[in-house]
Write a protein that binds this ligand. Structure first.
Ligand SMILES: [Zn+2]
Length: 403
């Protein structure tokens, strides 16, 4: 009897003790977790109602706002608030504008506009009821990628076949436009490698960003370019020795993007500089209407009809060099006009003594017609000496990746 009651007592003690422990465990560390899983405890934030509108021709800011049911008072207040950051009267066709409405009240309280590929505008109504504007860089997520290959057909076609965004290929070719003439210089077996940014928004690919560095091996010679911004904010492309890749003249009077159809496709005939035949010029086969650019800064000294040359433009760059552009379908400059490097001066045509649309391009040095592709020109504005260490430190990792 005594033993029996002792057993009961012990059992009772264990029960109380263990349940007490159990209670403690449940009570303390699991309390907050339990609360979380209760449906009532989840804070549900209903989303804004967002209306996205793509601007079409003849749209005006006022009309777009009215069509969204925005009051004229808010329309004017937003315009005023944004004025210092961006003039909403300048909104562009094809751009998107977004309207944000509060979930419960459906009150319009925020406007978004993408200014360009780099910046965006936000105008938001504060708690005090006043509209406030902010202009900021678009917060892209950046991924750095490398693309490389060997020329089989043409840089453009080969890079595209390798899955490179067309815009990245063009941006990269532009970095080399003072060193290489893509219509005349590039040959099968040349190789390339370049490092560039890909921009993503909310995980989705948007566009290529900056080209950071590149290397092109043309006929065994390597051409490098590295993007660099010095501490004063001056940006440019420099080579592996710190020379500016920008030169006094562009290699070609037709931009890469217009000759992108390639030198091996179709029945293209590009007549080269040839002293024995007397063709002291370079002919670029290009579609009629293709923009022709001045290879360097200078003054237009001739713009008009010149016999067998047809419509011709001549640009004097300095006391030494002049360039001529012939057979144009249209002249877009006037005699005496100053032009910058890369300015469009006319359109490709077939005027004068010409069998089909092409650009006849001449470079004259001290009165003698020379081969522009063989002319060695001094590099542009060099890197400042005080920034050279910084430059070489920055490009070291890229150069390693390229070689
Ligand atoms: Zn010619």
């Amino acid at each position: 009897m005594k033993i029996y009651s002792k057993k009961i007592l012990l059992f009772f003690f264990i029960l109380v003790g263990s349940s007490g422990l159990l209670f403690y465990i449940l009570q303390k560390p699991t309390f907050s977790e339990e609360k979380k899983v209760e449906p009532e405890a989840v804070v549900f934030v209903p989303p804004d109602r967002i209306v996205e509108y793509e601007i079409v021709a003849n749209d005006t800011y006022g009309v777009i706002m009215a069509n969204q049911g925005i009051s004229s008072i808010d329309t004017a207040a937003i315009y005023q608030a944004a004025q210092e950051q961006y003039d909403l009267a300048k909104i562009g066709v094809g751009k998107k504008i977004k309207f944000y409405f509060k979930p419960e009240t459906d009150e319009f309280y925020k406007l978004y506009y993408q200014i360009d590929s780099e910046e965006e505008l936000w105008v938001e109504k504060g708690d005090n009821g006043e509209w406030q504007a902010a202009r900021q860089d678009i917060p892209y997520e950046i991924k750095i990628v490398t693309s490389s290959g060997t020329i089989e057909k043409f840089l453009y076609a080969d890079a595209l076949a390798a899955g490179v965004d067309e815009r990245a290929v063009i941006a990269w070719a532009e970095m080399l436009q003072w060193s290489l003439d893509f219509a005349m210089d590039v040959q099968v077996g040349d190789s390339y490698k370049f490092i560039y940014e890909q921009r993503f928004l909310n995980g989705e690919y948007v566009m290529p960003g900056r080209v950071l560095a590149g290397k092109f091996i043309n006929a065994g010679k390597a051409y490098y370019g590295f993007s660099y911004t010095d501490p004063e904010g001056n940006s440019g492309y420099y080579d592996e020795q710190g020379n500016n890749v920008q030169k006094m003249f562009l290699k070609a009077p037709v931009a890469f993007k217009y000759i992108s159809s390639g030198f091996t496709t179709g029945a293209r005939y590009i007549q080269a500089f040839n002293i024995s035949t007397g063709h002291r010029a370079i002919d670029y086969a290009a579609a009629a209407g293709t923009p022709v650019r001045s290879v360097g800064a200078g003054t237009v000294i001739f713009a008009g009809w010149d016999g067998s040359y047809g419509n011709k433009v001549s640009i004097r760059h300095n006391g030494t060099y002049t360039t001529n552009y012939a057979h144009l379908s249209k002249i877009l400059v006037k005699r005496g006009q100053k032009v910058s490097q890369g300015d469009t001066i006319g359109l490709v045509g077939s005027t004068g003594l010409s069998t089909g649309p092409h650009l006849h391009y001449e470079m004259v040095k001290n009165g003698v017609k020379i081969n522009p592709l063989q002319e060695v020109l001094p590099p542009g504005e060099p890197l400042k000496t005080e920034y050279q260490d910084d430059y070489f430190a920055q490009i070291a990792v890229w150069q390693e990746q390229l070689d």
